[in-house]
Design a protein around this ligand. Structure first.
Ligand code: PLP
Length: 444
């Protein structure tokens, strides 16, 4: 192991770590990461940790990609920052055009943000502004889904359906309702790819329409495949049914593609793989390979037109971030999307998917495994919780894997896997082999 020369912090006190057990981490700093390259992280001591999660579902092209790093360096030397409020710089327009090349046909207008959370809130605001622009200002209700994750802004959090993420924060947004999640049908256990049962769960949207009136509902936002809540793959026909109901009632359908975008399902976006085109889609993470934070929202051209055409002279949409279209992020996005093209990263994901699927489902006989599921380069392994200690078993498995040199992600008692799309068979073997050993070691 080669120790890596990075400055060591004198104190861990100041950094309030997000979504973390700060007290545990600061008492045991063995999970520091100092460097990354290709499929792996390296600790400050130089220990390799194989990345089974693409960071946080982000680094789809693998780590430390020279092409992206150099594009950022070049751009920093040319133009460090310029506002995009009433001004422009060429690279932001170019980045938007590159995104629009990949989005489904007709979703060619792209609004830049800095994160998935900002993308979610931006999408919801666009939906509200759209209806208002068309004289349907009564459409203010936003529908999410139980167990949905749309980041941590007030919009995304309210429409999101993960209890612990909401309960510390008061009343949240009014006029929000939720569909049932699609998980838990016994017939769907150990499904390979999309499960067969549960399309009719989408009909709950009709019930909400009956309850609230279609004229009050602006949009429905769902993840095509829910990731943060532990890999919930949509049943065959479910998203199609949601689409039909939205169309019937003039409701906008928003796909949160923050993790399903940029090759994760073997296509540019989940919409393509799952055969349903939304009106609005959010993205982030894989857009820049996470080398510089950036998010985006792509909308149907008619949505942009409606908002822009309805406005009087001057600003049309009173929303934006200082860093919308930031030059370094735009440079990183262009370089990343170029890699997607030249290396056909979605094609690589498709090619290894059958091997990945076999490997994920090989865990079904490991002790306490109560479900395995997959789609694209995503795997979910659900463990039986320890009595009275939800999440404890999976957390122990996560720590064991890390100590054995493999990074996995856990949420509750579900292990969620999402390796970089450059993953190869020996990496898959190591990720799954290490996980199997850790699950066996935590059998008690
Ligand atoms: C579907 C989805 N939406 C939104 C977000 C929030 O993204 P960010 O953490 O960049 O704000 C995430 C993050 O995991 C996500 O998975």
């Amino acid at each position: 192991m080669n120790e890596i020369s990075v400055p060591r912090p004198n104190s861990l006190d100041a950094f309030w770590m997000p979504f973390s057990d700060n007290r545990y981490f600061k008492g045991d700093t063995s999970r520091m990461l100092a460097r990354a390259e290709g499929m792996s992280y390296f600790t400050p001591e130089g220990r390799e940790i194989l990345d089974g999660t693409a960071g946080l579902w982000c680094c789809n092209a693998g780590h430390g990609r020279r092409e992206i790093t150099e594009a950022i360096q070049r751009q920093a030397a040319i133009l460090d920052f310029a506002p995009t409020f009433q001004l422009g710089h060429p690279i932001a327009f170019e980045a938007a055009a590159r995104v629009a090349e990949l989005t489904p046909e007709g979703l060619d207008r792209v609004f830049f943000t800095n994160s998935g959370s900002e993308s979610a809130d931006t999408a919801l605001k666009i939906a509200l502004a759209y209806h208002k622009a068309r004289g349907e200002g009564t459409r203010v209700r936003l529908i999410g889904r139980e167990r949905g994750y749309h980041g941590v802004g007030f919009g995304g959090m309210s429409v999101g359906g993960i209890g612990p993420n909401r309960k510390q924060f008061g009343a949240l947004l009014p006029y929000v309702d939720h569909l049932p999640h699609t998980h838990g049908l016994k017939e769907n256990l150990f499904a390979r790819g999309q499960p067969q049962h549960g399309a009719t769960l989408a009909d709950a949207l009709e019930n909400l329409v009956a309850l609230h009136g279609a004229e009050t509902i602006a949009a429905v936002m769902v993840e095509p495949v829910a990731g943060s809540t532990g890999v919930l793959v949509p049943p065959v026909g479910y998203l199609q049914r949601l689409r039909e109901i939205c169309d019937r009632h003039g409701i906008l359908l928003i796909f949160d593609e923050v993790i399903t975008g940029f090759g994760r399902l073997g296509t540019h976006f989940g919409a393509e793989r799952l055969g349903v085109t939304p009106d609005i889609m959010t993205m982030a993470k894989g857009l820049t390979n996470a080398a510089v934070p950036m998010g985006a929202v792509a909308v149907r051209n008619g949505i942009y037109d409606a908002i822009v055409d309805a406005a009087g002279p001057g600003i049309e949409f009173f929303h934006g971030y200082t860093y919308s279209g930031h030059p370094l992020a735009a440079a990183a996005a262009i370089a990343t999307l170029e890699l997607h093209k030249t290396e056909d990263l979605p094609g690589r994901a498709r090619a290894i998917e059958p091997y990945w699927q076999e490997a994920v489902h090989s865990l079904r006989d490991a002790p306490n495994v109560i479900d395995t599921r997959d789609i694209g380069l995503i795997g979910g392994i659900e463990l039986a919780p320890r009595p009275g200690k939800p999440g404890a078993r999976a957390t122990a498995v996560f720590r064991r894997c890390f100590d054995a040199g493999v990074l996995v992600r856990v949420t509750g008692d579900i292990v969620a896997l999402s390796p970089p799309l450059i993953v190869e068979r020996p990496h898959v073997d190591r990720i799954i082999g290490t996980l199997a050993e850790a699950i066996r070691a935590e059998a008690a």
